[in-house]
Design a binder for this molecule. Structure first.
Ligand code: GSH
Length: 213
């Protein structure tokens, strides 16, 4: 498989974790999101991913998949062991709910192109962009922390890492990068730390990527 990726992309980070948890080898094709106005906007990459976002995943059969959650569920269906979603339908829905809270509610508001629009056309300075970023992140983390409170499992949805953890760890990386105070989120911090002890998460981290500076 081939993963179109960028070291600091949290959506690509999710797919890297999933591939590693499954023990699946893949080739990295680096797409620099900043250089030359962003390689994701090149004509060549637009043919691969018309949304001009990373990641994209090319399967061994040459199919190109976009959207990290769709890729992760594809991997889980084709390579079911270890499972990334619980077997019970209610538990599965709860795991997807936590993953979507991050991937569909927080992350899109804080994406690079959003920040570039805020700083460009809308004229927000760096400090205001940071405030925007932390505001939406805190909104999401407050809700996620409430969902996690009172459960004493090692990971978001049990005692094995899964879809929700795969979304959580890259978002906590972003939170640290944008200096969000994580003190009010003890469960998020605990689960993030536990995940990062695992090799599958460590090998997927931004600083471990071949395109990291
Ligand atoms: N919902 C998409 C989000 C993908 C996405 O936003 N990728 C970011 C990096 S994390 C990107 O390529 N940004 C480029 C840009 O904003 O121009 C997914 O989960 O795959």
């Amino acid at each position: 498989m081939k993963l179109y990726t960028y070291w600091r992309s949290s959506a690509a980070y999710r797919v890297r974790i999933a591939l590693n948890l499954k023990g699946l080898p893949y080739q990295s094709e680096y797409v620099h999101l900043v250089k030359d106005g962003g390689e994701q906007r090149s004509a060549a990459y637009r043919k691969i991913n018309p949304q001009q976002l990373v990641p994209s995943l090319e399967t061994d059969a040459g199919e190109v998949l976009t959207q990290s959650l769709a890729m992760i569920e594809y991997l889980d269906e084709c390579y079911p062991d270890p499972a990334l979603l619980p077997a019970d339908p209610v538990a599965r829905a709860k795991a997807r709910s936590m993953a979507q809270l991050i991937a569909c509610e927080v992350h899109p508001l804080n994406n690079l192109r959003v920040l570039q629009h805020l700083g460009g056309e809308l004229g927000l300075d760096k400090a205001a962009q940071g405030d925007w970023y932390r505001h939406w992140l805190a909104e999401g983390f407050k809700a996620l922390e409430a969902l996690l409170a009172g459960q004493d499992k090692q990971f978001c949805c049990g005692d094995a890492p899964g879809l929700a953890d795969i979304c959580l760890v890259p978002q906590v990386y972003n939170a640290r990068r944008f200096e969000l105070d994580l003190t009010p989120y003890p469960n998020i911090r605990r689960i993030d730390a536990r995940c990062r002890e695992l090799e599958a998460f460590a090998a997927a981290a931004p600083e471990a990527q071949g395109d990291a500076p």
